[in-house]
Design a protein around this ligand. Structure first.
Ligand code: PGA
Length: 246
């Protein structure tokens, strides 16, 4: 059985005062079947870990190198040193804003594992790619390029996030989500054998309290990576509750 995961990505949002939202989440009873992860901006990680209780805290990116002349970047070791236990790599906003390639992302995932961090590796197609019928080919290529060979269900979570659904309020149909997640599962089992069943597959893109239960009813959806709706404790808690009940 894969343990479900509700992951929140605060992106470039959150000042010290916003840790009150995390404090409220941490005060709620721990869900029975669902792990919780919040990835605040790097500036808040240390403080977040002090109040998070059994909510895991993660980074939103790490550099592939352990240290060195990389102004403004953060290493996986630094995240671990702050108390983080996970890191998102290859988010589409990083791929777009910082020109990250699948090879860069695979190197970051390895750097994360070297420090004992869970790597949340993001993949997903643009609207143009979907319209051109390229979604599954793109997913296959991103999985092949972004997941190193020694990925396991214990060190890696895969987040499927169609770019056109991120922050837009647009959500794929349940059939489209099922098709992508089933394909990801098949691709992982073809490559990793039985271990392919151990990877948690998160859906991401405009997950909200009012669509969460439907999305979590889809096979091979083991949780969500949530942006906007993770910023408010009430919204994220509703999503956690829907996932735990699914
Ligand atoms: P969203 O973002 O929930 O605001 O659409 C999801 C993500 O980018 O991880």
């Amino acid at each position: 059985m894969r343990r479900k995961l509700a992951a929140g990505n605060w992106k470039m949002n959150g000042l010290g005062a916003d840790l009150a939202e995390l404090e409220r989440l941490a005060a709620a009873p721990a869900p029975a079947q669902t792990g919780r992860l919040i990835c605040p901006p790097a500036t808040l990680i240390s403080r977040a870990t002090l109040i998070a209780g059994d909510i895991a805290i993660g980074g939103q990116d790490c550099h592939a190198a352990q240290s060195g002349a990389h102004t403004g970047d953060i290493s996986a070791e630094m995240l671990a040193d702050c108390g983080a236990s996970a890191v998102i790599v290859g988010h589409s906003e990083r791929r777009a804003d910082h020109g990250e390639t699948d090879a860069t992302i695979a190197a970051k995932a390895k750097a994360a594992w070297d420090e004992g961090l869970l790597a949340v590796i993001c993949i997903g197609e643009s609207l143009a790619q979907r319209d051109a019928g390229e979604t599954l080919d793109l997913i296959a290529a991103q999985l092949a390029g972004s997941l190193p060979d020694n990925a396991t269900g214990a060190n890696t979570v895969v987040a499927y996030e169609p770019i056109w659904a991120i922050g837009t309020g647009l959500v794929p149909t349940l059939e489209q989500i099922a098709q992508a997640h089933d394909f990801i599962r098949e691709t992982l089992t073809a490559r990793f054998g039985g271990e392919g069943h151990a990877f948690r597959l998160l859906y991401g893109g405009s997950v909200k309290p009012d669509n969460a239960a439907d999305i979590f009813s889809v096979a091979n959806v083991d949780g969500a990576l949530v942006g906007g709706a993770s910023l408010k404790a009430d919204d994220f808690q509703a999503i956690i509750d829907a996932l735990d009940a699914a």
